[in-house]
Design a protein around this ligand. Structure first.
Ligand SMILES: Cc1ncc(COP(=O)(O)O)c(C=O)c1O
Length: 367
């Protein structure tokens, strides 16, 4: 049976890591592998990174962290989710680092401390302008002092998250960094944080002096750019090739309507290929107006709407064989389609496209 193919190239992952290291110089990397490593499959990705020297990972939920532990990842792992009683307990059990991201998180620590239970290692998450999780920057100095004096627990780190690091206008990102610096400055004689971090992929490439001693990098590791407004572009290559099988080639006449709504009509008689991948598999549904796939080094127009399980391609007078694959995105031999190009065309970003990939019917090939 024809299945969508998600091909993961671990050599490229290692090369991307080396290129990122060149731009962050001596700082450490916290590899962001949440959401199944942005759809790339978290276990082989994390294992490869750990073998390549990464010893700090971030995921969102405690269950993603436990999955890593159960699969033999021994490095530090931080979870970004809001702390709950459940995640607190499991974090102790599995040796996971948590965020302190709201005032009431102190109660969880106090309660456990007073009963002489262990507490997990923690980082303070400061909200400097993202307005998501995080202690609001204006009250963070007071909160941190109070937290430490009432728990006697030394923090493992402190961080904030930028909301506009990969936008053309960096003024707000710089404002966030200045707010963060002010807090660090006010605490510097009292607390010695092991880890201080602010930058994501956009920060690393766009904001001067933003690396502190740790950077949280996701997208660049997977070989895609978070946006087209980056000052420094590291030498990276796509880790994922997304491909689909041609299950049928049929010759149709000029003016034949194709797919739902009959929006596309052939301008001459053509070889139409049916590809067995649809939006249920993560094929972006909007990528049909100007969308294309690559086969044999050439680009061919996607014709008509993408269906749930299939889409059609106009090969004109070329003759691919049934059973051959087309490249939807990635880089393979003389075929190359960047996920950034697709995202831009349809008004999304690579984060959406990668994480929309579904494993349910696809086959994963790890290279
Ligand atoms: C808190 C936090 N830090 C870092 C990252 C990594 O971002 P990027 O993939 O742009 O490097 C994310 C991703 O969404 C995040 O939520």
């Amino acid at each position: 049976m024809a299945k969508p193919i998600i091909e993961i190239n671990l050599e490229r992952l290692k090369n991307n890591l080396s290129s990122i290291k060149k731009i962050i110089v001596k700082n450490s990397i916290l590899a962001v592998v949440k959401a199944d490593a942005y759809g790339h499959g978290v276990i082989p990705i994390a294992k490869t990174l750990e073998q390549s020297g990464i010893n700090f990972f971030a995921v969102f939920t405690i269950y993603e962290a436990i999955e890593l532990r159960r699969n033999g990842i021994t490095s530090d792992i931080i979870i970004f989710e809001r702390l709950s009683k459940e995640s607190f307990k499991l974090a102790i059990k599995y040796n996971i680092i948590v965020n302190v991201s709201w005032y009431s998180d102190l109660e969880l620590f106090k309660e456990n401390n007073s009963k002489n239970f262990n507490c997990p290692k923690y980082h303070f998450k400061i909200d400097t302008g993202m307005t998501r999780l995080g202690i609001p920057y204006k009250s963070s100095e007071k909160f941190i002092n109070n937290f430490i004096s009432s728990t006697n627990l030394v923090p493992d780190g402190i961080y904030t998250h930028l909301s506009t690091a990969d936008e053309g206008d960096l003024s707000f990102a710089i404002k966030q960094k200045n707010r963060f610096d002010k807090i660090l400055n006010s605490l510097k004689n009292k607390i010695n944080f092991k880890w201080i971090h602010l930058s994501n992929s956009g920060g690393v490439t766009n904001i001067d002096n933003s690396n502190y001693n740790l950077v949280r990098v996701g997208m660049l590791l997977y070989g895609a750019l978070p946006s087209d407004s980056l000052k420094i572009i590291p030498k990276i290559e796509p880790v994922m090739n997304f491909k689909g099988e041609i299950v049928l080639i049929r010759r149709v006449k000029k003016n034949t309507p194709i797919s739902y709504g009959g929006l596309y009509k052939t301008s001459k008689s053509s070889n139409i290929g049916v590809i067995q991948v649809g939006f249920a598999d993560g094929m972006p549904r909007e990528w049909f107006q100007r969308g294309y796939v690559s086969w044999n080094g050439k680009k061919y127009k996607i014709c008509g709407r993408i269906c749930m399980d299939q889409f059609m391609v106009n090969f004109l007078d070329d003759n691919p064989n049934e059973g051959e694959n087309v490249l939807i995105w990635g880089k393979e031999g003389n075929n190359y389609i960047s996920i950034e190009e697709i995202s831009k065309d349809i008004g999304l970003n690579p984060y959406n496209l990668f994480t929309a990939i579904s494993d349910k019917r696809a086959v994963r090939i790890i290279k």
